[in-house]
Ligand binder design. Structure first.
Ligand code: DQA
Length: 146
C-alpha cells in the first residue's frame, strides 16, 4: 500500500509563490519532507504534483482502484472542482485534506471545500508541517497503511 501525496495547481511554485502566505520551503523540499516522514513512520509514500485537473482526477482514480490512502492539497481546485470532490467520494482508504495556509482566515471563496465532506481529517494552517501531521495521522489511526 502506497500513501499518495497529491498536490494540485501552483504548488510546484512553493518557495517563490507568495512566501508571506506559503513560507519559503520549496516544492523540492516538501517532497523530501514527505519522503523522510514516510521513512520515519514506516509508510511507503509517493509525492506527486500537477497543474491539470484531469491529471489529478486520473491520479485519484488510480488511488481508488488500488485502495491507497491519499493526502490531498488540491490548491484552488479545492474551492471550485465538483469533479475532484466526486473523485474523492470514490476513495475507500483514508483521505486527509491539507492546506498550508489557514484558508478560513483568508478570502471567503477559500472557506468552502468540495473535498472536506469526503475527508477523514482536514489539516489547515500548519504550514508544510501539515503534510507530516497528515502522514503521522495515517500511520497512527490507520496502521494497515504501514
Ligand atoms: C492552498 C489554499 C488554496 O486556497 C490555494 O488556492 C492554494 C494553496 C494551501 O495549501 O494553503 O493553492 O491549498
Amino acid at each position: 500500500m502506497t500513501v499518495r501525496v497529491i498536490n494540485g495547481p501552483n504548488l510546484n511554485r512553493l518557495g517563490t509563490r507568495e512566501p508571506h502566505i506559503y513560507g519559503s520551503t520549496t516544492y523540492a523540499d516538501l517532497v523530501k519532507l514527505c519522503e523522510r516522514a514516510g521513512e520515519e513512520l514506516g509508510l511507503e509514500v509517493e509525492v506527486w504534483q500537477s497543474n491539470a485537473e484531469h491529471e489529478i482526477l486520473d491520479r485519484l482514480h488510480q488511488a481508488a482502484e488500488a485502495g491507497d490512502p491519499v493526502v490531498l492539497n488540491a490548491g484552488a481546485y479545492t474551492h471550485t472542482s465538483i469533479a475532484i470532490g466526486d473523485a474523492c467520494a470514490m476513495l475507500t482508504a483514508p483521505l486527509i485534506e491539507v492546506h498550508i495556509s489557514n484558508v478560513h482566515k483568508r478570502e471567503p471563496f477559500r472557506h468552502h471545500s468540495y473535498i472536506s465532506a469526503h475527508a477523514s481529517a482536514v489539516i489547515v494552517g500548519a504550514g508544510v508541517d501539515g503534510y507530516r501531521l497528515a502522514l503521522s495521522h495515517i500511520a497512527v489511526a490507520h496502521p494497515d497503511a504501514r
